[in-house]
Design a protein around this ligand. Sequence first.
Ligand code: TPP
Ligand code: MG
Length: 323
Amino acid sequence: MSNLSMDIYRKLYLIRKSEEEIRRLYPENEMKTPMHMSMGEEAIVVGVCHALSHDDQVFGTYRSHALYLAKTENTDNFFAEMCGKVSSMQKGKSGSMHLCDPNRGFMGASAIVASHISVAVGAAFANLRLKNKKMVAVFFGDGAIEEGTFWESLNLACLMKIPVLFVCEDNGLAVHTSESERHGYDSITDIVGKFKCNVLKEESTDAETIYKLVLKAIKLNEENQMPCFLHLKYYRYLEHVGINEDFNIGYRSKNEYIDWAKRDPIKLQKSKLLALGYGKELEIIELQIDKKIEKSIFLAKKAPFADESELYKDIFSDNEAVI
Ligand SMILES: Cc1ncc(C[n+]2csc(CCOP(=O)(O)OP(=O)(O)O)c2C)c(N)n1
Ligand SMILES: [Mg+2]
């Protein structure tokens, strides 16, 4: 059995199932946080995180359910935070948009488009100075390319040879506005390619393909010390924010979704393993994950909310940053 293919499937299934559970439970109104769902994006985060080591660091956006679970697999903390409970590491104060787990390399997520990119470059610079060999990957959408801070951060990383993986998760949309209505150019990679960085792109929804691409990016960085810009395409299955489909409001058609769903990342990985005869193993893995998630949700629902005094804690940092 290919451990790689199975491990990748395990993570893909964990993420999809967790979000399916959010869709099932959100109407109960126990999860008060706004939800920017990841469905459709899973191959990117799993492919990238699988190529990183445990200590490597990632930074994400408000749409980071998948990234958080791919990097940490920590469903207890994830569901506790979704329910706003004190048992979560952030004690219910971060919600879906500001997930964080620095001990497992998930350094943080920001709801301000592109704001985390310069922070990630700073963390990578610190790692370089500390010679701790930690890699930094920063994930952002195609909308972040329209922010000045993206270009300033890219410029600095290229100039100073700071080893950052810039991961652009391009779903062609910023809320409801398509790229062609926003960009005064045709190709992001052509423009980024003018900088002194490695540029790699992929449209596949196969997590293993993306995993191999990231190994290549890491190797290139070892050879020439230049940062890497990864341009990866995916299709957002659900509305910009919320748990529903939104093909009825006019900015996109369900046919696009139907085309992408034919190569859905989870189904794709599962069909590869089924073709190799691993049906029984897949059943066992899915059952284990279902139980793990069920337990995490049970614990999250049972846990109390934080005491009111918690509102005044962790507002300003008086600790040294975890790097
Ligand atoms: C600086 C800033 N401007 C505007 C917004 C409002 N806003 C939230 S998400 C979003 C779209 C971002 O699109 P993209 O970066 O492609 O990410 P996606 O939602 O597609 O994952 C916008 C404009 C914001 N949060 N921050
Ligand atoms: Mg987008």
